[in-house]
Design a protein around this ligand. Structure first.
Ligand SMILES: *[C@@H]1O[C@H](CO)[C@@H](O)[C@H](O)[C@H]1NC(C)=O
Ligand SMILES: *[C@@H]1O[C@H](CO)[C@@H](O)[C@H](O)[C@H]1NC(C)=O
Ligand SMILES: *[C@@H]1O[C@H](CO)[C@@H](O)[C@H](O)[C@H]1NC(C)=O
Length: 437
């Protein structure tokens, strides 16, 4: 091809292309503009979607972290241990009108229970609060729900001078209804774990109960296992003794277990009000004891502040109780030492070897034990002396039916400045529990 025809060809090509471009350009301008707008919108939508995905991803990550944590902390029982209770132990959750509290509590129970068959959960509600019911229904068939008519709707005999304590009568009634429901003949449960909707739950809560249950069977001088330590503030416990358990004359409640047999004994005489104080009376207790932990397996959630009896000393005390976060597999530990005679002789030995100390010395800021692992003994000679000394150690100083909280045969033990302390009654002055204290 000659150069001139080449140039002509290129010229013609450019001419037609230009024409084509101009024509389309004019007719499509509006469309292009529209397309650009759409593209921009799509881009924006894209980044919105990306943001949403990011949030979702973070949410999923948090969820799987929680699940991993639960799996890591949840304890699957060692079925080789003959003392790990093989039968189902139902959990009954008492609720009234705190929907958020019920949700948070049941979530934890479900998260930490090793098996739904072994620990069936029933939420029992007496008050008419639809929100509570709705929250429970969200758990689907993971939990059972039972509703009783509210206390206000039935005639309860309340002495005129005690009218202001109405809620305590409603609670007693609710306990009776719910426990009768759990132990009704259609179920053949031999025991029950009782919780309240404002309780926090430790990861090894179920391991604790399923491995102490055999003790209630074996030792008739025990009538309950409680997850709660009344003196369980961080400064009063040995945080390293995460597996240590005790016997106590004091009925603490707040996450506890009893047998069907005990319920069958209490049910016919169950009181109209103040059931927990009633259980602490010598005629009901019959010198029986409870197992309790060094580090609580239950604690108070913030919702507890609104509870019936807890308002006043919630922030001073209840809120500070430490919930165990170093899970113990109790099926790996021999708990026979908690039986009456063995526990008694171990404690006597500890007390014989303990070094007497003066409350003024030990509470002095610079005080240190004489040697590592030293155990100390402080005597008390009466009611006021006990109260004063308990206060100095920041322990609970009250009595129920003459029994100080956590006491075993009058002895209250705690951890203080890295030292095991025994507050021991001077038997020449304090012969035994005195109900007038
Ligand atoms: C349930 O109780 C909560 C807290 O007392 C209250 O805020 C809520 O309105 C109640 N819901 C219903 C449906 O009664
Ligand atoms: C109830 O449970 C016990 C064991 O806890 C068992 O021996 C008994 O056969 C059961 N009874 C019924 C009716 O299921
Ligand atoms: C918690 O208890 C387990 C079992 O007794 C023990 O192995 C572990 O060392 C304890 N943790 C701490 C921090 O003491």
């Amino acid at each position: 091809m000659h150069i001139s025809s080449k140039i002509t060809f290129i010229f013609v090509l450019i001419y037609f292309s230009w024409n084509f471009y101009i024509q389309n350009g004019f007719t499509n301008k509006a469309i292009v503009k529209e397309e650009l707008r759409l593209l921009k919108e799509m881009d924006e939508a894209g980044s919105r979607l990306e943001k949403l995905l990011k949030v979702e991803k973070e949410h999923m990550e948090r969820l799987s972290e929680t699940m991993n944590r639960a799996t890591r902390l949840r304890i699957t029982p060692n079925s080789n241990n003959p003392n790990n209770w093989p039968h189902p132990i139902p959990v009954i959750v008492f609720s009234c009108n705190r929907p958020d509290s019920v949700r948070a509590h049941v979530e934890k129970l479900i998260m930490y229970r090793p098996s739904a068959q072994q620990f069936p959960i029933t939420v029992s509600q007496d008050c008419d609060n639809e929100s509570v019911k709705k929250e429970v229904e969200k758990f689907g068939n993971s939990v059972n729900y039972v509703k009783h008519p509210p206390g206000e709707s039935v005639k309860i005999e309340i002495p005129t001078n005690l009218q202001k304590f109405k809620p305590y009568y409603y609670i007693s009634r609710h306990y009776k209804l719910a426990l009768n429901h759990i132990f009704s003949n259609s179920n053949n449960y031999s025991s029950v774990i009782i919780t309240e909707d404002d309780l926090d739950i430790a990861p090894d809560f179920f391991s604790y109960f399923s491995n102490t249950r055999y003790l209630l069977e074996k030792d008739p001088s025990l009538w309950c296992v409680t997850a709660w330590n009344d003196n369980g503030k961080p400064e009063n416990i040995d945080l390293k003794s995460n597996a240590t358990l005790y016997r106590s004359d004091f009925f603490a409640g707040l996450g506890w277990m009893m047998t069907r047999k005990t319920w069958e004994e209490l049910e016919p005489i169950w009181p109209n009000g103040f059931w927990d104080d009633w259980m602490r009376e010598p005629v009901q207790r019959k010198q029986r004891q409870c197992i309790r932990p060094e580090i609580s397996r239950t604690g108070m959630m913030k919702y507890g502040k609104e509870g019936t009896s807890k308002g006043q000393f919630f922030s001073d005390h209840l809120e500070k109780i430490k919930v165990n976060d170093l899970p113990v597999d109790f099926s790996q530990i021999n708990l026979d030492y908690l039986q009456k005679n063995e526990f008694e002789s171990r404690l006597s030995l500890d007390i014989r070897n303990a070094v007497p100390v003066d409350i003024d010395d030990i509470t002095y800021p610079d005080w240190k034990p004489d040697y590592e692992g030293m155990k100390a003994i402080i005597y008390y000679t009466g009611r006021t002396d006990f109260v004063a000394k308990a206060d100095r150690l920041s322990l609970m100083h009250d009595f129920k039916a003459g029994v100080p909280r956590t006491a075993y045969n009058g002895i209250v033990t705690c951890f203080y400045k890295g030292t095991r302390i025994f507050l021991v009654p001077d038997r020449s002055k304090v012969p035994g529990y005195d109900s007038s204290w």
